[in-house]
Design a binder for this molecule. Structure first.
Ligand code: BGC
Length: 668
């Protein structure tokens, strides 16, 4: 496994494949339970006894407090990786597929579905951009033939056994493979592997989708790999292209799995808004995020879902997030948003992800176990989550930190070497844990760290309180109401980061901001109804939901005291003209905050104006004084001149229906 966020765009290779989407007709003879939208809903998941035994072993060697935590998670479900042909029958690394499925049948409670998480991971030329999980099959035609005949076919034959028809099998399809074709296609081994990745994934999808109780989830890397628009768009297109090469088309893919074996946080609680500016720059422009909008896996899955649906995937497409190692708890977890005005300091102090770089994928120091496996987790509606799952079994190595000979094809990747200054990580030390065994092997020191740094804390304990958006302001009320302004007050909002101010909306228009719990909305029209709401903001950029709406009608009459007189003139040429309006206050009282309007009959449009703020809706043109300007109040008997440039399409008759603040004016 590598998790590499290089920002190169995949070269597009032409697909000479017919775009067929045939209905599935050939189901296995004995009907399995129906294929549902979300296999995890209402289901339990398979607990791998071998992983549980590794955890129990670690517990016997740990101090009492740690052992209690370890034992508290040893019954969590983890995925079974078919990482070699020999894994199907069973080998020195673990029991075979049938053995797991037989165990799963024993774990299944009558009447409750059970999901087995299975990882399909043996493509020809596997892990083309890294070395730690290189595989047994070469990126050649012969390698692909073996992948089909000796790997996918036997797995499919076992899964199709009627004995297992009441299990739900959720297959994570080939971690890192298609994502590598997006960002690392310029790397020779990835170029070599590309056609075999496409053909192998298509073959796996076809074979596995034909089994009704199997659910296919395509690996979709993570936010720090594919989040940039230059990567995410091409990735969604590649997923769609591959889907369309399959017999069942889009239907052969039930969903996507993000963060497989990676440690990217579910959420960055102190960096909720990638566009918030600090020191004048958006947070996403910080070195750590390199302009990526997606800081975490909730961002990424929501982003990806929208792209996939736009590419033609059905709305029912579900997302999984591997949360086995993305907790980032422990003493290094921030407990407040940074107050620094230096952007990089702000980001580095605020982020929970403590890796040196988002591309650090191998046994990262500081990581912790994340959310426990859970179906349809609430609170992330935009992400369309089917479940949090543990695909990478916590405690299994990502790669050896030194060269260890083996017969699995795995090699020494310096990204797993803690002494290596990695060019791919901006010339920083990798941050990998020392003394790591080969990928997939039990790495107890890492497991201890993951348990210690779990977030949420294992076994209840005290969780540091993450920030939540401020509460919505309450008690919005109007104080003084005049014919042009309304004084508003409300009750303060709270959160654990600190409310820094409020935005006041008039309808859906931002009317202004306030640092306190009061605001006076000005520039209103007399005898007019308005609706106000208020939202609270905090230092991290969280914004509350709106307060309850308050409807207010301004007072007064629309009559400017006394009256008004208007004189209009225009200079017209082919399609343009300059209009001028002289507005006289013919009353005996000052005319403040006037609103001049008139109608054009020939489709004329006002383009820019002076001495007033001009706007136009359809035929109606409105001019109001620039707040606080010299002509905001017209004293009795005086005239102000305002004007604009406009365009017309041939006929340019003078406007009609001049009014000031709703009151008709005399023309002259
Ligand atoms: C390894 C596999 C292993 C898996 C789960 C991968 O990085 O290459 O051999 O089964 O991790 O630990």
């Amino acid at each position: 496994m590598s998790r590499t966020p290089l920002r190169l765009i995949a070269a597009t290779t032409a697909l000479a494949t017919a775009l067929v989407a045939l209905p599935l007709t050939a189901l296995s003879a004995s009907a399995a339970e129906p294929h549902v939208d979300n296999p995890y809903a209402g289901a339990t998941q398979y607990v791998n006894p071998a992983w549980a035994a590794s955890v129990e072993g670690a517990a016997t060697r740990a101090d009492a407090a740690l052992a209690t935590k370890m034992r508290a998670i040893k019954t969590q479900p983890t995925a079974v990786w078919m990482d070699q042909i020999s894994a199907i029958a069973g080998n020195a690394s673990g029991n075979g597929l049938r053995s797991h499925l037989d165990q799963a049948l024993l774990q299944k409670q009558a009447g409750t579905p059970l999901v087995v998480n299975l990882v399909i991971y043996d493509l020809p030329g596997r892990d083309c951009y890294a070395l730690a999980s290189n595989g047994e099959l070469p990126a050649t035609d012969a390698g692909l033939a073996r992948y089909k005949a000796e790997y996918i076919d036997p797995i499919a034959a076992i899964l199709a056994d009627a004995k297992y028809q009441n299990l739900r099998i959720a297959a994570t399809i080939e971690p890192d493979s298609l994502p590598n074709l997006i960002t690392n296609i310029s790397h020779q081994p990835c170029q070599q592997a590309a056609p075999y990745y496409r053909a192998g994934v298509k073959y796996a999808l076809d074979k596995l989708h034909a089994i009704p109780n199997v659910y296919n989830y395509i690996d979709a890397a993570h936010s720090g790999w594919l989040g940039w628009d230059t990567n995410s768009g091409p990735a969604a297109k590649l997923f769609a292209e591959v889907a369309r090469t399959t017999v069942a088309g889009y239907a052969s893919i039930d969903g996507f799995v993000a963060n497989t074996a990676n440690t990217t946080p579910l959420v960055e609680p102190y960096l909720p808004n990638s566009s918030l500016t600090v020191g004048g720059n958006p947070v996403r422009s910080a070195k750590y995020y390199e302009w990526n909008f997606d800081f975490d896996e909730v961002d990424w899955t929501a982003h990806l879902y929208n792209l996939l649906v736009a590419e033609g995937f059905p709305a029912s497409t579900g997302m999984l997030i591997d949360t086995s190692r993305n907790g980032w708890g422990g003493a290094a977890r921030p407990t407040s948003v940074s107050t620094s005005t230096d952007l990089n300091t702000y980001v580095n102090q605020s982020r929970v992800d403590k890796r040196v770089h988002r591309g650090a994928w191998c046994n990262p120091s500081g990581a912790g176990i994340g959310e426990r496996p859970q179906a349809t987790p609430s609170g992330y509606a935009g992400s369309h989550l089917d479940a949090f799952v543990w695909i990478k079994p916590p405690g299994e190595s990502d790669g050896a930190s030194t060269d260890i000979p083996n017969n699995e094809g795995k090699r020494f990747d310096r990204m797993c070497d803690p002494t290596f200054v990695a060019p791919k990580l901006d010339n920083q030390l990798t941050g990998a844990l020392p003394d790591a065994p080969l990928s997939g092997q039990w790495f107890e020191a890492q497991f201890v760290q993951l348990v210690r740094n779990a977030y949420p804390v294992i076994g209840g304990g005290t969780n540091p309180t993450d920030p939540t958006p401020p509460s919505a302001p309450t008690g919005l009320t109007a104080g003084t109401i005049t014919n042009t302004s309304v004084a508003l007050t409300w009750t303060a909002s709270t959160d654990n980061v600190g409310v820094t101010g409020y935005d006041i909306y008039r309808g859906s228009t931002l009317a202004g901001s306030s640092a306190t719990t009061s605001f006076t909305a000005t520039g209103l029209t007399a005898s007019t109804a308005y609706s106000f709401t208020v939202r609270a903001k905090d230092a991290a950029g969280n914004v509350s939901v709106p307060s309850g709406a308050l409807s207010v009608t301004t007072t007064g009459t629309t009559t400017p005291p006394g009256g008004c007189k208007v004189a209009y003139s225009a200079n017209t040429w082919s399609t343009g003209f300059t209009g001028s309006v002289k507005l006289t206050n013919t009353s005996t009282a000052p005319l403040a905050n006037w609103v001049l309007s008139f109608d054009f009959a020939n489709g004329q449009t006002v383009q820019s104006g002076w001495n007033a703020n001009w706007s136009q809706t359809g035929t109606k043109v409105t001019a109001v004084p620039v707040p606080g300007s010299w002509n905001a109040t017209i004293t009795p008997g005086t005239t102000v001149e305002i004007g604009f440039n406009g365009s017309h399409s041939g006929t340019n008759n003078p406007p009609t229906a001049f009014t000031v603040s709703g009151q008709p004016c005399t023309i002259g």
